[in-house]
Design a protein around this ligand. Structure first.
Ligand code: HMG
Ligand code: MG
Length: 299
């Protein structure tokens, strides 16, 4: 008999991972409405935007406007991506209370994504951890390319463990393991998570699957069986990293919520409200939702 955690916290990344990869720039007002709609569904963690270089990700150049425009609900966290001290300062100017730093288990991907190697990126974060501690700001961490890299190919599990451990030791309360290009399969996902959990406690780990090869739900299920209780997803299945060749959307939040509901796992999220939000977003983006559950329920 499989066992699953009784409760899972869903981390919604659509407003960031989703919209960073859109060909056209989504207006700030739409981003704000998306985040406010998401916070009405019962989600407790909603990644809002990124304070990265607008030269690198013009889609999120309006980070300050978006962050100040949202109606923050009590009990909901709104983390933002921050790559360096400049990003930290921009985020703090608008009152951000949780940041997410991001690096990768692959040297090659890091160079493309943040113009730095793994060690260099961790050195770059050191002052952020110090300032965040002093300011009472929570820090989440991402390790990308945990199951494969678009430039390097195979990524040794030992490299994933090493980077996850360093982020956790540096002060990340949670480390999210990202299958950036969605190439993982369940046995590999399970083995990777099991290895990381030898060095970072399971309660401090999250999984972040892109669905390029249609494996994300199966991978999540395998990881739930290992005991992970935090799952990243994106409403409508939007998402992708502009610097990860071939990466498509994240697993759709609606599909994750449906699966968890079916497993009897409590998420605190209203599935119908999430589906409505995903359908609203697909109208804004002018294309059909990638959520199978939303399509089935609305057909
Ligand atoms: P760089 O070019 O090496 O840095 O970029 P730089 O310091 O030379 O800065 C270049 C220019 O950007 C300068 O402007 C800086 O001032 C400016 P200029 O002097 O030329 O006018 N700049 C900034 N402006 C605003 N805010 C900032 C900032 N930093 C520099 N924070 C850097 C290095 C890290 C900045 C750049 O590579 C970058 O921003 N990369 C972000 C890429 C990104 O956001 N990728 C997507 C997110 S990661 C992801 O999606 C994966 C994830 O979902 C998990 C998974 O799926 O695996 C998290
Ligand atoms: Mg991602």
């Amino acid at each position: 008999m499989s066992t699953f955690p009784a409760q899972v916290r869903m981390v919604e990344v659509g407003a960031r991972d989703g919209l960073q990869n859109e060909k056209t720039i989504v207006p700030a007002a739409t981003k704000i409405e998306l985040i406010d709609r998401l916070s009405a569904t019962g989600l407790k963690t909603i990644e809002a935007t990124s304070f990265v270089s607008p030269k690198w990700v013009p889609q999120l150049a309006d980070a300050a406007e978006v962050y100040t425009g949202i109606s923050q609900r009590e009990g909901v966290s709104y983390p933002v991506l921050v790559p360096n001290e400049k990003g930290y300062e921009r985020a703090r100017e608008v009152g951000v209370r949780e940041i997410a730093v991001f690096t990768a288990a692959s040297e090659a991907f890091n160079r493309k994504n943040i113009n730095a190697g793994i060690d260099e990126s961790l050195d770059r974060f050191a002052p952020l951890f110090e300032r965040a501690r002093a300011d009472g700001v929570k820090v989440r961490g991402y390790v990308s390319t945990v199951l494969g890299c678009p430039y390097q190919g195979e990524v040794p599990i030992a490299d994933v463990v090493h980077v996850a451990e360093r982020l956790h030791q540096a002060g990340c309360y949670e480390v999210s393991l990202g299958d950036t290009i969605g190439v993982g399969t369940p046995a590999k996902a399970r083995a990777m998570l099991r290895a990381v959990a030898q060095s970072v406690p399971m309660h401090a780990l999250a999984v972040h699957f892109h669905d390029t090869y249609g494996q994300a739900l199966a991978n999540i299920l395998a990881c739930l069986e290992e005991g992970v209780a935090v799952v990243d997803s994106s409403v409508g299945g939007t998402g992708g990293c502009p610097y990860a060749k071939g990466a498509t959307g994240n697993v759709a939040s609606e599909d994750v919520a449906y699966m968890l509901e079916g497993l009897g796992v409590d998420t605190g999220v209203d599935l119908d409200a999430l589906i409505d939000t995903g359908m609203w977003l697909s109208e804004q983006l002018g294309r059909p939702t990638a959520s199978r559950v939303a399509r089935a329920r609305r057909s």
